[in-house]
Design a protein around this ligand. Structure first.
Ligand code: FES
Length: 355
């Protein structure tokens, strides 16, 4: 390499400054934050020179605020945090650096209006495989007759609206592992395809294997039904299985009775939910009483918000999940029918496979 060759630089995604001047707080406080930040960086591989998402963390002299410190500033977003300690720094690392969402409650100054911060460097440089304005312009020009038609405006155009930062899937998983956050999930299996109850029973089997306390409430299915899953639950033991329906709505001869049973089922569900006796409760076909208006969806969700124990996992199955339920749920899966053995092939439901 020639001695006259200009030096090249390694770009980085973000640059974080922590003041250690001493007017904000003891210099040791800023040094501790810097150490912790460097540890987190190593842990997440954001210290590596080859990583375009690298975050450079510098101890800075006075940043010109000199109160409420230590002050931490994140560029290129130009977001200033105050009164930093290690717990707050961890949160900023998880939510802002890894998650791309600044922690609003610690911010005291922003150089740009919220949502209009300049793009984070790997995004702007396109290393996340995204197409910036220039690439789009050039592609468009090529389509219209060759590269010579790319004009100077296209060559120099900057991304007018840089895409929001999206952490990698691995970073999200690592952040979730570290956060150790747990919650009783509300899971909804809906859609017109088969497999909604089957998927719920798969979770039931898994939970049973983990010695969790399980309850299953079947709305609309006949209380005298002897489906394979009911026989299995009996053999597994310790699964509290309750059927409240009188059969499917389209086989019901008495809709009033069906409605009354569904409402009664909800009463039982409420008792079971607040009982504290379960880790997992499955409300099978529960979307139908909501969809048909036998129960007020909004009132049911309000009740769940107020009464569901935080660690109880609740699975709700059935077609036509109302929007208010989808909004409330943590996980919603839509089963979509692509092919069905009965339609076209005339193969009836078979014991052990479908029931
Ligand atoms: S010492 Fe923190 S901003 Fe001046």
């Amino acid at each position: 390499m020639s001695e006259t060759m200009p030096p090249s630089s390694r770009a980085y995604g973000r640059h974080v400054f922590i003041c250690i001047h001493g007017n904000c707080a003891e210099p040791e406080a800023g040094e501790r934050l810097h150490r912790r930040f460097s540890e987190l960086n190593r842990e997440y591989g954001l210290n590596k020179l080859s990583n375009p998402e690298r975050v450079k963390c510098s101890m800075a002299d006075c940043l010109g605020i000199c109160s409420g410190g230590p002050v931490v500033v994140v560029y290129p977003e130009g977001i200033w945090y105050h009164h930093m300690d290690e717990a707050k720094l961890e949160r900023i690392y998880q939510e802002h650096i890894l998650g791309g969402q600044p922690v609003e409650e610690f911010i005291f100054h922003r150089l740009y209006p919220a949502g209009q911060e300049p793009g984070y460097a790997p995004e702007v440089r396109g290393e996340r495989g995204r197409e910036d304005a220039r690439t789009r312009g050039e592609k468009e020009a090529k389509k219209q007759g060759g590269e010579e038609q790319v004009n100077e405006t296209n060559r120099t155009a900057q991304p007018s609206n840089p895409p929001a930062f999206q952490p990698s899937a691995e970073a999200v998983r690592t952040a979730a592992r570290r956060a150790k956050k747990k919650k009783g999930l509300v899971i909804v299996n809906t859609g017109n395809g088969k497999g909604k109850t089957t998927a719920a029973l798969g979770v039931m089997t898994r939970a049973w294997g983990r010695k969790m306390r399980i309850g299953v409430l079947q709305f609309l299915k006949n209380e005298n039904a002897r489906f394979g899953e009911i026989k299995a639950a009996e053999q597994m033991g310790s699964i509290d299985w309750i059927s409240t329906g009188d059969g499917w709505t389209w086989t019901s001869h008495d809709m009033d009775e069906t409605e009354a049973r569904a409402r009664h089922g909800w009463q039982i569900a409420q008792e079971r939910i607040i009982s504290g006796n379960y880790n997992l409760l499955i409300l099978d076909e529960f979307t139908y009483p909501l969809h048909y208006g036998w129960l007020d969806s909004a009132a049911v969700i309000e009740w769940l918000k107020a009464n569901k124990p935080p660690m109880l996992h609740l699975i709700i199955t059935g077609r036509y999940a109302p929007q208010v339920l989808i909004d409330y749920a943590d996980l919603v899966t839509e089963m979509r029918e692509i092919k069905h053995p009965l339609k076209g092939q005339g193969i009836r439901a078979q014991a052990g496979i479908e029931y």
